[in-house]
Design a binder for this molecule. Structure first.
Ligand code: ADP
Length: 597
């Protein structure tokens, strides 16, 4: 290229660049026009919520043209999604002066700091990329009306599975999620999925069957669940798991199976990472690939009907009303109501505010209320499950305490065992609530740690529990007791007696039914735990096609429901590993059915 032409183009580019900068409110830029910034990609590091965060920032012509995440340990569906929103804003406005994503402030700060550190490496003054006004993230939707074949309410596992399936069947899909990020309770769950007859069970030689799954599930819920729904669950569990692996690319540990309380054999497959984030992430990726439009920060407020058929959803986005028309139907997958104290108390006064919750903020029962308003029948609403071993201060589920599944025992303030630790969640929770202070201590040593590896798999939680004085790691049982003011002799005797039961594989005191592992090798662990509301078993009555049923027992045309928003599948008590099974199986059924009808 001729020098003169180059110069002319440079002048045009400079004027255009200045115009862009002024246009996006970057007032500082005009005074810095003489600053030279070397084009290139620069790496910046910082600490996010989950650990090291590394980004690569590309600068071309004094503009940030791209930000790529190189390393992240943030929570999928929350921290990861937050960085995506920040990235968009940074690139769109050529500014690193951007608002944090609400609900993900630590991840946001970490991300913004990493980008700033990268920018500094370019040698340019940061002020060049700092708009005077902080960039607000929420822009609001462009239109007040949208039309899709299928509208899905809720971006947890159930909603995403329904959306992906409907899109796979050729439908256009709009998914509404009231939080800034998809994920719901699914993302923060352990992600374990009960699959009778899985490839892993076969490899391990574990005998299981659909019939055993059905009888475990019915028995575990005190035989009040709808047998037809439970049979559907059992019949479709394996294909749903295979679908997640092959179609959606969800990675599961190849040789790991968990056996939850009330389940006859090790049955639960475990996603990589040990949380539902892997499932949500991959479903979201697949949904986007299939063209599903995901509207975050968009809260469904009511179902619209015409001549008795559900025709869409009214919603709000940035405080403004917006209508979503659904030509084929609406899938309600808005989750349960464990985080809504008023609703909990309305249906079961026992679960008042003295119970904290493991549930995410979005679990407020909106989908149940909306459906009931248009005539849906609700079932089992008083059945609320608590998770027995949660953080007594935050209510959040403790995954470190999953050491229980490998044999950790529960003791009370007196240092005595009081329950079968391998029993049902409701039995263990009730037993803990009956102890002084409504809390208990989980105790284990290296033999159990070797099997469960929870202190290393959930290192972040482990360190957090330690610094909040909710967990102690010591070299002998006496100092274990001292850490929480428990009588050391009593605790030592409890552990000694229990080790005898392990040898005999028989627990005459509480009939422990599984996971007999001794507690004889230090370092030992003791963790304070308490029950939190976890899962609401009640909700919208559905049939085996995931069609919502009205108070007269008739199908409500155009309304489908899947996941925790529904009732009738788990009876009085949901077994561990059956929630993910439920949301994927019925999410897929709802997504397929809505495209058929
Ligand atoms: P499930 O396991 O049944 O999929 P989740 O709790 O994982 O349930 O997901 C339900 C999702 O629905 C949550 O992300 C929650 O924020 C969302 N949600 C709840 N109420 C509404 C609403 N009114 N509008 C849009 N999304 C909602």
């Amino acid at each position: 290229m001729k020098q003169s032409l180059k110069r002319a183009l440079f002048a045009v580019a400079l004027v255009f660049g200045l115009f862009l900068m002024v246009g996006c409110g970057n007032q500082q830029a005009s005074s810095k026009q003489a600053t030279t910034v070397k084009d290139g990609t620069y790496v910046g590091t910082s600490k996010g919520e989950g650990g090291t965060l590394k980004v690569a920032v590309t600068i071309k012509g004094k503009k940030i043209t791209d930000v790529k995440t190189v390393e992240t340990h943030e929570t999928a569906g929350l921290g990861i999604e937050a960085s995506e929103q920040l990235r968009e804003a940074i690139v769109a406005h050529n500014s690193v002066n951007v608002d944090a994503v609400s609900g993900a402030s630590k991840s946001s700060e970490g991300y913004l700091t990493a980008v700033k550190n990268a920018v500094k490496k370019s040698g340019a003054p940061l002020s060049l990329f700092m708009s005077k006004k902080k960039i607000a993230l929420s822009k609001g939707l462009a239109k007040t009306d949208y039309t899709y074949d299928v509208v899905v309410i809720g971006g947890g596992g159930g909603g995403l599975a329904a959306a992906v399936t409907a899109a796979e069947n050729g439908a256009t899909v709009g998914l509404l999620e009231k939080q800034p990020n998809v994920g719901g309770n699914t993302a923060v769950s352990g992600g374990e999925f009960n699959v009778p007859g899985s490839d892993i069970q076969k490899r391990k030689g574990i005998k299981d069957s659909k019939a055993l799954f059905i009888s475990d599930t019915l028995k575990g819920g005190d035989n009040i669940a709808d047998p037809a729904l439970v049979t559907t669950l059992a019949n479709n569990a394996n294909s749903a798991y295979e679908w997640l692996k092959t179609d959606v690319n969800v990675r599961f540990h190849k040789d790991e199976l968990l056996q939850f309380g009330g389940v006859s054999v090790p049955r639960a497959v475990v996603p990589v990472g040990g949380t539902g984030a892997e499932i949500v992430n991959k479903l979201q990726k697949k949904a986007k690939k299939l063209g599903v439009k995901i509207y975050t920060s968009t809260k469904a407020t009511a179902l619209t009907t015409a001549s008795g058929k559900v025709t869409g959803v009214t919603a709000t986005n940035t405080g403004k009303p917006v209508t979503f028309h659904a030509t084929k139907g609406v899938v309600d997958a808005a989750g349960g109501f464990a985080a809504n104290v008023a609703m909990r108390v309305k249906y079961n006064p026992k679960y008042d505010a003295t119970y904290k919750t493991t549930a995410v903020a979005g679990a407020t029962g909106d989908g149940i209320v909306m459906a009931q308003k248009i005539g849906a029948q609700l079932v089992d609403m008083k059945q609320i499950q608590t998770y027995p071993t949660s953080n007594p201060e935050t209510g959040i589920i403790s995954y470190v305490a999953d050491a229980r599944f490998s044999g950790a025992i529960l003791v009370n303030q007196a240092g005595k065992r009081f329950v079968n630790e391998s029993g049902r969640r409701d039995d263990i929770s009730n037993a803990i609530m009956a102890q002084k202070g409504h809390y208990a201590y989980l105790v284990w040593g290296q033999e159990i740690e070797k099997l469960s590896k929870t202190t290393t798999t959930y290192k972040k939680e482990f360190n957090g529990l330690k610094s909040s004085n909710l967990l102690a790691e010591t070299n002998n049982v006496k100092s274990l007791a001292d850490a929480f003011d428990i009588d050391a002799t009593t605790l030592s005797n409890t552990v000694k007696t229990f080790n005898g039961y392990v040898k005999a594989k028989k627990d005459p005191d509480f009939q422990k039914s599984a996971a007999f592992t001794s507690i004889a090798k230090g370092p030992y662990y003791i963790e304070k735990v308490a029950p939190s509301t976890h899962h609401t078993m009640g909700g919208i009555k559905i049939n085996t096609n995931a069609q919502a049923i009205d108070t007269k027992g008739q199908v409500i045309p155009g309304l489908y429901a899947a996941g925790e928003v529904t009732g009738g599948i788990h009876g009085t008590n949901r077994l561990g590993g059956n929630a993910i099974c439920d949301i994927i199986v019925f999410g897929r059924i709802a997504g397929a059915q809505v495209t058929k009808d």
